[in-house]
Design a protein around this ligand. Structure first.
Ligand code: CMP
Length: 140
């Protein structure tokens, strides 16, 4: 199986509750390595650029407001099958549908304040990692 990298974001609802370390433990316990990480405050423009793929969705405006309502932790996770593995660790987008043992089941508040984001494909992982990190900021 291939070693992959995926972009993860710990969202404002989780940073507000001081959950960064607890969420990182989910990743590390599952064998993923945090090979880059920084805490930033997104501007509205940066949030809109990141979620541009959703710009026609009814929730786009609310989602962008929410993502710049507080600090986020952006990170690159590395490991075998990291993109799919991270999606399993996160659980379903809506925490109400997330399986026991997942991050969103443990910490998610609702479909918007769902604590974490993770890339959904190799193509998007490359685009999303490149959105926040340069090569010299990633140490595998
Ligand atoms: P994320 O994995 O960051 O990708 C897009 C985000 O849009 C998603 O997690 C949710 O936070 C948000 N989202 C998806 N569906 C809805 C919805 N129906 N209402 C509000 N936000 C949503």
């Amino acid at each position: 199986m291939a070693i992959e990298r995926t972009l993860s974001i710990i969202k404002p609802d989780a940073t507000a509750r001081n959950l960064t370390g607890k969420i990182n433990t989910f990743f590390e316990d599952a064998g993923l390595r945090i090979v880059a990480q920084k805490r930033i405050r997104l501007t509205r423009e940066q949030a809109e650029g990141f979620y541009a793929v959703h710009k026609e969705r009814s929730f786009f405006g609310e989602l962008c407001d929410y993502m710049c309502s507080g600090p986020v932790v952006v990170q690159v996770l590395e490991g075998e099958n990291a993109i799919l593995q991270n999606r399993e660790i996160m659980g379903a987008t809506n925490p109400a549908n997330a399986d026991e043992g997942t991050i969103r089941k443990a910490f998610g508040e609702d479909v918007q304040a769902n604590s974490v984001h993770g890339s959904d494909s190799p193509e998007n992982a490359a685009i999303e990692i490149n959105y926040f990190f340069s090569d010299i900021e990633i140490a595998g």
